[in-house]
Design a protein around this ligand. Structure first.
Ligand code: IMP
Length: 483
């Protein structure tokens, strides 16, 4: 192999609990790459883009879609819901972005089937999953059932033997309905059964359509060949280190490998091509779904607030409902961290782009960030939404709070404990830093940041031991300051 002609791959990963603004970083970096790839997750991810004034939420399609010169790849580490993917492709087409000739999907990708979605609906509430059947589809992969009991349906299986795949998909749903009729009720069970044929056909047809449009590759070396011929790939990690199936806050995690190393299994190329890892963290942290969150403003009270449902089982505290119910200024004007958390969510607009759920808000946690930078081997760190730190100025706190240490059972520790029960017992060490009281959103150069913001960045860099490459100062594409 000729090294000179060979391309390279870089990986962008989230370092907290997702929603760090990875899409914006991918967007910034993408022009230096030929292909943007996904290696994990599914449409549980969400990234909003602005296409000529119209907001489109990308779930499965990599963020590079806006640049017509960039090709897109969905690797074997992902699972897809073919109907949702079809919808997303159609929405992009209507916005003037055709994917014909641009997207390639590995035929090893797993298909999220109707039984996976029902399973998630019945079992995902305690975790606060996105309800898309993602975890159940990954679990089926690990089950390794064969023949008519086949559970893990790869795209290739549908294309190779549609009849067998359909039989297995139907059987899986029928089995689940039988086992859960006591929960879902006779009426719903008969309704699902009556529609089974039509629903399965729509899934199979959607996969066939993707194949007919040449979006599916049967070639395990498709992406590797692109790199051999000099193409460069940027992998866009979905979710984040805190949600990794092993390294996250187990069991309150997503079901895939989210760390940078995952790109070299789920992304279908070997690690020899790896060049750099970019890590993304958000200055004001957030988390959706349940699970420990050491630096959460308002702790358990905030977790419960955000998980509340209305009588119909829908999210109660949506953006509009919180806006109706709460007065931001009153909430800010207390010493109560829970109220401050609600106000900061409202002011920073932290509501899920996939599910509309309120995001739990937390202080920047440097213990977790340092650990996740090292686990991912982050070469360059980006901190997004630094401008949101200004919001602390409107509170009665004595400065910008950062978590700089942990204590567990009275002892100081410098790592995130593994057991969720222990994470919940961690008492954060909070240090306060001088308020940033000037709007930093128009600033273009690092040296022009007010000294409080500048010093805060240097402190973060030093504390996590990782080169800080850029900070976000506003929502716009160009609102990044590079060091
Ligand atoms: P699942 O991935 O739908 O199984 O959900 C598992 C956990 O991961 C839940 O806490 C979700 O809220 C969280 N999660 C999944 N995808 C994302 C994401 O893109 N951003 C933030 N959290 C996510």
């Amino acid at each position: 192999m000729n090294d000179k002609e060979q391309g390279h791959s870089d990986v962008v990963v989230g370092l907290q609990y997702g929603d760090e603004g990875k899409g914006k970083i991918v967007d910034q970096l993408s022009s230096a790459f030929d292909i943007i790839g996904r290696f994990n997750g599914s449409h549980n991810a969400g990234h909003t883009i602005d296409v000529q004034g119209k907001k489109i939420v990308l779930h499965m399609i990599p963020s590079g879609v806006c640049n017509p010169n960039i090709k897109l790849y969905i690797g074997s580490g992902c699972v897809i819901n073919p109907l949702k993917l079809q919808e997303e492709i159609q929405e992009l087409k209507e916005a003037g972005m055709s994917l014909d000739g641009r997207i390639t999907i590995s035929d090893k990708v797993g298909v999220i089937c109707p039984h996976n979605i029902l399973f998630d609906e019945l079992n995902g509430k305690e975790l606060g999953t996105t309800g898309n059947g993602v975890g159940s589809a990954y679990a089926d992969r690990a089950l390794r059932k064969v023949g008519p009991r086949l559970k893990h349906i790869q795209i290739a299986e549908i294309l190779a033997d549609r009849a067998n795949a359909k039989k297995a998909m139907v059987q899986n749903l029928v089995d689940l309905i039988e086992n859960s009729v006591g929960v879902i009720g006779e009426e719903r069970a008969s309704q699902i059964t009556a529609e089974i044929e039509q629903v399965m056909e729509s899934y199979l047809n959607a996969i066939q359509e993707l194949a007919d449009r040449n979006f599916i590759t049967p070639d395990p070396l498709f992406l590797e060949q692109q790199l051999q011929t000099g193409k460069n790939v940027l992998f866009e990690g979905a979710q984040a280190a805190g949600l990794d199936v092993t390294h996250g806050t187990v069991p309150y995690v997503t079901a895939s490998h989210t760390l940078a190393g995952g790109a070299y299994t789920g992304g279908d190329i070997p690690p020899q091509y790896h060049r750099k890892t970019y890590g993304v963290a958000k200055a004001l942290m957030s988390r959706v779904g349940n699970g420990p969150f050491v630096s959460e403003l308002g702790g358990e009270q905030s977790e419960q607030h955000c998980a509340q449902k209305d009588k119909k089982g829908h999210t109660l505290y949506t953006k509009s409902y919180e806006a109706e119910q709460f007065q931001q200024e009153e909430l800010l004007n207390t010493d109560d961290l829970y109220s401050i958390g609600v106000a900061l969510r409202m002011l920073s607009g932290e509501y899920g782009s996939t599910t509309g759920r309120p995001r739990r808000i937390g202080m920047l946690d440097l213990v977790q960030l340092r650990q996740n930078c090292r686990l991912n081997g982050v070469d360059e760190l980006f901190v997004t939404k630094l401008d949101q730190m200004i919001l602390y100025t409107r509170t009665k706190l004595k400065g910008i709070p950062l978590v700089t240490g942990y204590t567990l059972d009275g002892k100081s520790i410098d790592y995130v404990p593994t057991a969720a029960s222990e994470q919940r017992k961690v008492v954060p060490v909070i240090e306060y830093f001088p308020f940033i009281d000037r709007d930093i959103s128009p600033i273009k150069r690092f040296q022009d940041l007010p000294k409080e913001a500048y010093n805060l960045c240097l402190y973060i860099e030093e504390a996590v031991g990782c080169c800080l490459k850029g900070v976000g100062v506003g929502p716009g594409r160009e609102q990044m300051v590079f060091l």
